[in-house]
Ligand binder design. Structure first.
Ligand SMILES: Nc1ncnc2c1ncn2[C@@H]1O[C@H](COP(=O)(O)OP(=O)(O)OP(=O)(O)O)[C@@H](O)[C@H]1O
Length: 346
């Protein structure tokens, strides 16, 4: 596995067991990549959709009458957990003396569009990295389709789900073309021909509304276009496989730094590549569920259905997006209004 750091972003994990071309190898060196034995995937493999999922993406499962009391949650938990793709159970994480996560618990179900919000430094990105298998919890567990993850994603013991990450900065390789960036995993990990990959790249780009940019370098794109290219890279998959596995996408502040209209474009794209959405080609998206870490109110309103509020290392509130502004929880009220008065201290 190779890791890319730059512009203060988290590492992008990519496969690097055997770089196909000298150019790729040079690019890896240029970005300061290092290979590590046994690291071979950013995305894990595959499973059928949950049995209680209807064709329209809604759940056949009946809801409990009881409201979960933990973490001031207002979300009704279905009886049946067979549609749970990811579960964090009492996750703790410290960096040195800083105890960042102090018992985070939540579930992400098949078909969900979930936002993770909360004050700066409260551990939102850390949660995403733990879900993705880039960090291990000090205590607590992460379950992927009911199977406990023992270590990092590189340990390769988890199957049943692909997990993709879309970073704030887009994290494209500067010296690779858009085609090479979008098709990167397939060039390195699949047995597909260059022509097949090129066709899929063009389709993925078209799905996010980009045409004719395949031969451009990232430096020739606007910030919004780079984010779209990153999205195209995250939704491309090996169509020669017998089964295409469900995928969860994790977006870390996808609209940070964008103007309001560019934000709307990205928010709509996030919706469009979801299984309940429709991409630029008019096809349903192939993303089963997604999680968005964001501070942007527009993204909360437009791109997600359910919210998980993190504060001081714990989930202090969960609810549907429309409940956010009417919540009586003082932490949520202060955050929603941006007031300086309240329990959140800066
Ligand atoms: N690898 C690391 N080593 C040391 N400290 C870290 C590391 N990763 C995160 N932290 C610290 O953990 C805390 C939580 O970081 P994280 O990025 O998860 O917060 P966040 O809620 O996403 O913040 P923001 O909203 O500002 O992006 C911060 O104080 C950060 O400095």
């Amino acid at each position: 596995m190779a890791s890319l750091s730059g512009s203060g972003v988290s590492p992008l994990i990519i496969p690097s067991d055997s770089f196909r071309s000298v150019r790729f190898a040079r690019t890896m060196l240029y970005h300061g990549f290092r290979q590590k034995k046994g690291h071979d995937k950013i995305i894990c493999s595959c499973m059928a959709p949950p049995h209680n999922l209807r064709n329209d993406g809604s759940f056949a499962t009946k809801l409990n009458d009881s409201i979960k009391s933990e973490c001031l949650s207002r979300v009704r938990e279905p009886d049946d957990d067979s549609d749970v793709l990811i579960e964090c159970r009492d996750v703790h994480k410290s960096f040195g003396e800083k105890h960042i996560l102090r018992g985070v618990s939540f579930k992400i179900r098949h078909g969900e569009a979930v936002g993770v919000i909360g004050p700066s430094g409260t551990g939102k990105s850390t949660v995403l990295k733990i879900i993705a298998g880039l960090l291990t919890p000090d205590k607590g567990e992460v379950y992927i389709r009911g199977k406990k993850r023992a270590g990092l994603i590189s340990d390769g013991e988890i199957s049943g789900l692909r997990i993709g990450l879309v970073f704030q900065s887009a994290a494209l390789f500067d010296s690779l073309t858009v085609r090479e960036n979008v098709g990167f995993l397939l060039y390195e990990n699949s047995s597909m021909s260059e022509d097949q990959i090129s066709k899929l790249v063009t389709e993925s780009l078209a799905a996010v509304g980009l045409k004719g940019v395949e031969d451009r370098l990232p430096s020739e794109l606007s910030g919004g276009m780079k984010k779209r290219v990153a999205l195209a890279r995250s939704i491309i998959c090996d169509t020669t496989k017998e089964a295409i596995e469900p995928e969860v996408l994790l977006y870390d502040e996808p609209t940070a730094g964008l103007d309001p209209i560019a934000s709307t474009v990205v928010e709509d794209l996030i919706r469009s590549v979801h299984m309940k959405g429709e991409d630029a080609l008019g096809k349903p998206g192939n993303i089963a569920s997604y999680v968005v870490v964001t501070h942007q109110h527009s993204t909360i309103r437009r791109a997600v259905d359910r919210l998980i509020f993190l504060y001081e290392g714990k989930v202090v509130w969960q609810g549907m997006t429309h409940e956010f502004t009417t919540s009586t929880n003082p932490i949520v009220q202060q955050f929603a209004s941006g007031s300086l008065d309240g329990p959140i201290k800066y």
